[in-house]
Design a protein around this ligand. Structure first.
Ligand code: BTN
Length: 324
């Protein structure tokens, strides 16, 4: 079940964010709500694994948690026509937009927690509450589905650019097709669901997961080296500013892709390519091919130099860097 983010849960956290013990009755009085309402919110937060100690004197939050703020994101986006929807909990932001009747404006959906977050190739995407960014938006392209191949690479490039703008010391890299890496560890990923329309248009649901303030204990189900903005920069970040930065970069770049396709982005790929001239393997279902990665072609396909010396192009699959 999808639940929109209520302002009350944010207000309760605002009170607890000082790390002190707060009596339920005090919180209730400050927010003009019942003690039962406070208790229910605390139970919800505990269900999301938020570390709150309940004791005789009241409730105490182990570490501060600042939730998304719709007004702040809208003002940072500076695009009044975008519809921003924020969920406290949802199965998957991509699935939500896929199932929803299209709106005229760009529809941008963001969640604090996903119960069925999806990764590429049928994997799950770890989505702990209040720590990271899980967002999706819908964009309608006046293009045939066959022309959409480069979109996922372009979105990766736009995210890498946004991360660099956020902090020039970050050195984001992209592992083909669109994994976001920092310091050789995965920081984020992109999942694009494409739907061909009868009128020849193509609707894309573009989903982005980015680790921002993820804690080690939230990552038990992740079976590959990962990092977060907090790990890489050694500071906790305001996810509202990060998400606005990402969206600004993507929204302006995607218009360029809409008009001109992948071509204007090809040289930018080189800047971020994690695999360039490295030994890599490509897994396509049960088939695994190894070689030396030689960038991408004009369609965004991966170029692999095989042991025979031939360079072949591949349009899909999952890559692994073999030596670092
Ligand atoms: C990957 O496997 O690297 C892609 C991960 C994409 C995760 C995001 S989180 C927001 C959106 N909703 C989902 O269920 N998945 C994407």
């Amino acid at each position: 079940m999808a639940h929109h983010l209520s302002s009350t849960i944010s207000k309760v956290l605002d009170i607890l964010n000082d790390g002190a013990v707060h009596a339920g009755s005090d919180i209730a009085e400050t927010l003009a709500i019942s003690r039962t309402a406070v208790w229910k919110i605390i139970q919800r937060l505990k269900k999301y694994n938020v570390d709150i100690h309940s004791q005789h004197q009241g409730y105490q939050l182990a570490s501060p948690l600042i939730l998304f703020d719709k007004k702040k994101i809208e003002s940072l986006l500076e695009r009044p026509k975008i519809i921003v929807e924020i969920f406290e909990n949802i199965p998957s932001t991509n699935d939500y937009l896929k199932d929803k009747a299209p709106l005229k404006n760009i529809h941008f959906c963001l969640a604090e927690h996903q119960s069925k977050g999806r990764g590429r190739l049928g994997r799950t995407w770890a989505s702990p509450f209040g720590r990271n960014i899980y967002c999706s938006f819908r964009f309608v392209f006046n293009k045939d589905i066959g022309e959409m191949g480069g979109l996922s690479l372009v979105v990766g490039i736009l995210i890498a650019k946004a991360l660099e703008d956020l902090n020039p010391t970050l050195k984001p890299r992209l592992k083909w097709p669109n994994d976001i890496y920092v310091n050789n560890q995965k920081m984020g990923g992109i999942l694009i669901d494409l739907m061909a329309e009868a009128n020849g248009n193509c609707t894309a649901i573009i989903g982005i997961g980015l680790n921002v303030n993820m804690k080690d204990e939230d990552s038990k189900d992740i079976n590959q080296p990962w990092t977060s903005l907090e790990h890489a920069l050694n500071e906790k970040l305001d996810r509202n500013s990060v998400v606005a930065q990402l969206m600004r970069s993507i929204l302006s770049g995607i218009e360029v892709f809409h008009e001109k396709g992948i071509e204007p982005f090809l040289s930018k790929w080189q800047r971020y390519d994690l695999l360039q001239n490295q030994e890599a393997s490509l897994t396509m279902g049960k088939q695994v091919i190894s070689g030396i990665a030689r960038g991408i072609n004009s369609h965004g396909y991966l170029l692999l130099e095989l042991p025979s010396g031939n360079i072949e192009s591949f349009s899909y699959g999952d890559t692994t860097l073999l030596k670092t």
